[in-house]
Design a binder for this molecule. Structure first.
Ligand SMILES: Nc1ncnc2c1ncn2[C@@H]1O[C@H](COP(=O)(O)OP(=O)(O)O)[C@@H](O)[C@H]1O
Ligand SMILES: [Mg+2]
Length: 237
């Protein structure tokens, strides 16, 4: 049975034309699915619907266990990690979610250190988040989602503010996770590296779905939905 299923989902912000129209797809347990699309194509709206930030205007969205007493089964890593980090030290930020659920500070710290270890950032536990680099913040934001044990992690443009080395580290971190992933991005090179299925969004609708490399190498298709060939392919031209 699928972990996530969307059936003819529409979403319109107030009095606007739909930001998402007729979206149907499913995600299996343990699968990584990338959502590719130009700016404004609806990627963030789609992730926010799945995270439960808002409800579809019509259609059905079904996420396994979403109504369980443990609460939301999808954890969102927002595009700007600064939105997720606001405590005096990093471990307190990472532990915020579990401590909010009643875990003691001692246990919270222990769980935070474990989550930070999983993303290779345990040494940053006692640092103030605002003094970290973009890549370090991104890792911490992932740790603060991992600690909640979500069945599905949603990442919104995770490579957008990273330099090449931090980007490489992030990709190998994401590949090492055994959680199901949904990654929204216009970084097609990352999608090639992730070796995942790709769903292409264009003006709020699904333009195509493809297994890697498939449509990621189709310049005419990509340009028709406002994207360009992955940089690694452009270099080969
Ligand atoms: N809070 C909002 N209110 C009204 N319209 C919005 C809001 N957020 C996004 N939109 C519109 O919805 C469409 C999809 O936006 P978004 O999901 O942010 O796309 P992407 O993440 O792919 O750049 C765009 O036309 C955008 O202008
Ligand atoms: Mg967005």
């Amino acid at each position: 049975m699928a972990l996530l299923r969307l059936n003819h989902v529409y979403y319109a912000y107030e009095r606007q034309i739909p930001a998402l129209a007729d979206i149907s797809f499913s995600l299996e347990h343990g699968e990584c699915l990338c959502i590719a699309g130009a700016n404004g194509s609806g990627k963030s709206t789609l992730l926010e619907l799945i995270a439960g930030c808002m409800k579809p205007s019509s259609g059905e969205l079904w996420l396994e266990g979403a109504c369980s007493p443990q609460g939301n089964r999808a954890g969102m890593v927002f595009q700007d990690p600064d939105n997720q980090l606001f405590m005096p030290t990093l471990w307190e930020d990472v532990a915020f979610g579990v401590m909010h659920r009643g875990v003691s500070p001692e246990q919270g710290r222990e769980q935070a250190l474990k989550a930070l270890r999983a993303v290779g950032a345990e040494h940053l536990a006692d640092r103030p988040p605002y003094k970290l680099s973009g890549g370090e913040k991104q890792r911490a934001a992932i740790a603060s989602v991992l600690i909640m044990n979500p069945g599905l992690i949603l990442l919104d443009e995770p490579t957008a503010s990273l330099d090449p080395r931090a980007r490489k580290h992030l990709i190998s971190l994401l590949k090492s996770l055994d959680t199901s992933l949904l990654i929204a991005s216009h970084d097609l090179d990352m999608m090639l590296d992730m070796d995942a299925r790709v769903l292409f969004l264009h003006e709020g609708r699904i333009a195509a779905q493809s297994a890697i490399p498939g449509l990621l190498t189709d310049q005419i298709f990509l340009q028709s939905i406002g994207l360009e060939l992955p940089l690694c392919m452009q270099a080969a031209l």
